[in-house]
Design a protein around this ligand. Sequence first.
Ligand SMILES: *[C@@H]1O[C@H](CO)[C@@H](O)[C@H](O)[C@H]1NC(C)=O
Ligand SMILES: *[C@@H]1O[C@H](CO)[C@@H](O)[C@H](O)[C@H]1NC(C)=O
Ligand SMILES: *[C@@H]1O[C@H](CO)[C@@H](O)[C@H](O)[C@H]1NC(C)=O
Ligand SMILES: *[C@@H]1O[C@H](CO)[C@@H](O)[C@H](O)[C@H]1NC(C)=O
Ligand SMILES: *[C@@H]1O[C@H](CO)[C@@H](O)[C@H](O)[C@H]1NC(C)=O
Ligand SMILES: *[C@@H]1O[C@H](CO)[C@@H](O)[C@H](O)[C@H]1NC(C)=O
Ligand SMILES: *[C@@H]1O[C@H](CO)[C@@H](O)[C@H](O)[C@H]1NC(C)=O
Length: 778
Amino acid sequence: MSTLLFFTIQLLLYLITCSNCLEFDHPCRPPHHNSYPFCNTSLPIKTRAQTLISLLTVDEKIQQLSNNASAVSRLGIPPYEWWSESLHGIATNGPGISFSGAVKSATSFPQVILTAAAFNRSLWKAIASAVAVEAMAMYNVGQSGLTFWAPNINVFRDPRWGRGQETPGEDPMVVSAYGVEYVRGFQGRGRKGVSRKRVLRDDDDGDELMLSACCKHFTAYDLEKWGQFTRYNFNAVVTDQDMADTYEPPFRSCIEQGNASCLMCSYNSVNGIPACANRDLLQKARTDWNFRGYITSDCDAVATIYEDQKYTNSQEDAVAAALKAGTDINCGTYMLRHMKSAFEKGKVLEEDIDRALCNLFSIQLRLGLFDGKTRRNQFGELGPQDVCTSEHRKLALEAAKQGIVLLKNEHKFLPLNKHDVSSLAIIGPLANSTDLGGGYTGVSCNPTSIIEGVKEYVNNIYHAAGCQDIPCNSSNHFAEAISIAKQAEYVIIVAGLDLSQETEDHDRYSLLLPGYQTSLVKAVAEVSKKPVILVLTGGGPLDVSFAVGDQSIGSILWIGYPGETGGRALSEIIFGHYNPGGKLPMTWYPESFTNVPMTDMNMRADPSRNYPGRTYRFYIGDRIFGFGHGLSYTSFTYKLLSAPKKLTLLEAINARRQRNMLHNRSNGLDYIYVDEFQYCSSLRFNVQISVTNDGEIDGSEVVLLFSRTSKKIEGSPEKQLIGFKRVEILSYESVETSFVVDPCEHFSFADEHGSRILPIGDHIIMSEDIEHIVSIEM
Ligand SMILES: *[C@@H]1O[C@H](CO)[C@@H](O)[C@H](O)[C@H]1NC(C)=O
Ligand SMILES: *[C@@H]1O[C@H](CO)[C@@H](O)[C@H](O)[C@H]1NC(C)=O
Ligand SMILES: *[C@@H]1O[C@H](CO)[C@@H](O)[C@H](O)[C@H]1NC(C)=O
Ligand SMILES: *[C@@H]1O[C@H](CO)[C@@H](O)[C@H](O)[C@H]1NC(C)=O
Ligand SMILES: *[C@@H]1O[C@H](CO)[C@@H](O)[C@H](O)[C@H]1NC(C)=O
Ligand SMILES: *[C@@H]1O[C@H](CO)[C@@H](O)[C@H](O)[C@H]1NC(C)=O
Ligand SMILES: *[C@@H]1O[C@H](CO)[C@@H](O)[C@H](O)[C@H]1NC(C)=O
C-alpha cells in the first residue's frame, strides 16, 4: 500500500468514526478558539471554569446539566457523555461506551465480590489500573468517555440485595480499602510509569486527572425491591450510630484517601430526605472530607424526588432541591426539562447553576478534555492493541483464582489428581455457560465456560444441564443428569445464582438454591460413585446447610461471578494447580434470616424485638458460613510474636492536662471521645504474627486481625476488623506479618450520637486461634 493511499484511508476512517471531531475536537488546541481565557493553562482550573461559565447563556448552561451534555458550538465546546461504566471491566451499561468500532471487546474481570474475597490490595489496584488502560485505549478511538461510575462501595448489608455482588462485601473497613485501591488505580495515581507532571500551579485546587472514578451510591442504598418498597421510594432510616461506623466510612475514605473526583447520590431517602436533595449529606462530603469533584445523581434520581419519593410538590421544586443540595448533574433529562421553568419561577438562581457548572467544567478541564491532553502524553499512544491483552487476561485469571473460596473439603477430597480422573460428569445449567460475569459486564474478550476449563485436564467429560435454567422450575431434566452421574468416576455440580435471581432492580426473597436445584444436587450426589464437588455461583450468600453436613458432597467451592477466565480458574483449583486462599467477604445466613425486614437498616442486634443484627460485626444468630471463612489445601498455624499488654492513657493525658477528656457512662465505664483526643498516635502499636504452613503444598493465607472489647458494652460490635493481609507461604515455612494498630480507630465504635468512643479497659485482639488482651488503662 502506498503511503498516500494509507493516509487517505486513515483520514477517511477518522472522519467516519469521528464525525464531530473536526468541529469540536479540543477547543483549546489550534486552530480553534484558543484565545479564550478558559484555554489558558497558566490559569488555575477554577478560574478557567469560571471564565467559561461567564461566556454562556442560561439556556446553554442548563443544557450542561445532564449526563448527555450538549455542545456549545459557538465556543467549540464539544458535547460530552458523562456516563460510562467500569465496575469490573469496561461495561455496556452506560451510553458512553460503544463496542462497535476498532475495539470489539474488553477484559471481563471477576465480579467485585469475588475479587474482594482475595483480600489482596495490590490485586485490586492492578485490576483498576488495567481497566483504566482499556478505558483510555477506548477513549482514544472514540468508544468511551473519561468519566466512569464505579466503584460501588455500599456495604453489603442484607444478603438478599441484588447488587451485593457489585460490592466488596459487608465490612466497612474492607469496602473502604477496596474503594481506595480502585480509585487510585483507576484515576491514575501510583501507576508505574505515569509521570505526575503537574500542569497546574501549586495554589490550584485541582489536580490533573487521567480518568475519573465515582464513589457510589451515597448513601444507605442496598435495597432494590422488597414488598411495596423499591429503591425509588424507599426511605432508609439510619441511626447516627450506624451512619458513623457503617454507612459513612467507605465514602469518607474513597474521598479522603482515594481522592475520588465523583460522588453519586442514591435513589433512596436518608432519614426522610432523598439522597440527591440531602444538603447535609452532600455538603458534608465537601466541607468535612474536602471533596473536590462533581456529584451526579443516580439515573433519574432527580425525577424520583418528586415522582416516587413525593418529597416536593412539583417537578421544579425537585430540580431546585437537588441543585441547591449540591447535585451538579442529573443522569437523565429531568433537569434539562424542568430547570428553565424552575429558574423562571425563581426557585433556582443563576448562581446555583453556575456553582454546579464550575464543578463540572473543572473536572473536564482536569481531564484535559478541552486541551487534547491525551493526544500529547503517553496515554495518547494507547489503542486497540492495549485491550484484551494477554497480560490483562492473566490478571483476570489471577483474580478469579485468588478469590475463589473453598467452603468445605471433607477428608481432603480436593484437589483431584487428573491422572485418577478417567471420566467426569459436569452437571448444572451454568456449566456450559460463557456468561459468568455478573452485573455490569461488557463484551468479554474470549469468554470460556467451566466445561472448557475442565477439558484442559480431563478428556472424558459428560455434561447434562439437570435444570433447564437457573430458576429450575421442574425436575424434568433430572434423568439425564442422574444417568451420567452414575457412570462417571467423578461429578461436579454447578448450582447457585445468576442474574435471573439477583441483579439491579431485583432482590431475592429466599436464600435457598432456586427452584429444584437443591433436589438436583441431592439426587445427583446420592447416585454418584464418589462424593461430588458442589460449585456455587452468584454474588449473594446461599443457605446450603443441606450440603454442609452431607457426606455425599465432598467439597463445596464458591466462585461468585468469576468473569471470562473463571472456568480455567476453577479447574486449576480443582486439579491442584492453584491452592485456594480466598475468604468470604460476607456472612452466609440461614434462610430464617429472611424473616428480618429488608427495610430495617439497623446494624445492631436488638433481642427485645427479636432483631438479630447484621453482618459479622453485629449479627448474633446462626450462620452457614461466617465472614472470613475459607479453606486451603494446606493448613496454617498462627503464633503471636509481639503485642503490648498494656497501654497507658494517663501519661498522654496528664502531661497535657487533658483529664476532662475522660467520660463516664452511667454504668461506670470510662471512655474517651476519639475526636477530642489528640494523642491517638501515641497509643499506636505493632502486632506481629507468624503464620506457618504445616503442609506439603504451598499456599496463600489471608490473615485477618480482629478486635473486640472483653466486656460487651452497649453498641459495641461482636468483633471488628483491624486489618487484613494476604501472604504467600511455602510448604513447611513461616512468614511473619505485622499490623499497625491504632486503638482510636480499631478499638473504637460510634455511640448513639455518632461520635466514636474508645472504651478504657480490656480489648482483645484476635486472629484465628490467637487471643491477646491489650488493656487500656488510665
Ligand atoms: C494566560 O494567563 C497568564 C496568567 O494570568 C497571563 O500572564 C497570560 O498572558 C495569559 N495568556 C494569554 C495568551 O492570554
Ligand atoms: C444528547 O443530546 C443531544 C442534544 O444536545 C441530542 O441531539 C441527542 O439525541 C441526545 N442523545 C441521547 C442519547 O439522548
Ligand atoms: C489527594 O489530594 C490531596 C489534596 O489535594 C493531595 O495532597 C494528595 O497528594 C492526593 N493524593 C493522591 C494519592 O493523589
Ligand atoms: C456447550 O455449548 C456449546 C455452544 O452452545 C455447544 O456447542 C457445546 O456442544 C456444548 N457443550 C456440551 C458439552 O454440551
Ligand atoms: C418458574 O416459576 C416461577 C414461579 O412460579 C415463575 O415466575 C416463572 O415464570 C417460571 N419460569 C419458567 C421459565 O417457567
Ligand atoms: C468515673 O466514675 C468512677 C466511678 O464511678 C470515678 O471513680 C471516676 O472518678 C469517674 N471519672 C470521671 C472522669 O469523672
Ligand atoms: C496479590 O496479588 C498480586 C497481583 O496479582 C500478586 O502478584 C500477589 O502474589 C498476590 N499476593 C498473594 C499473597 O497472593
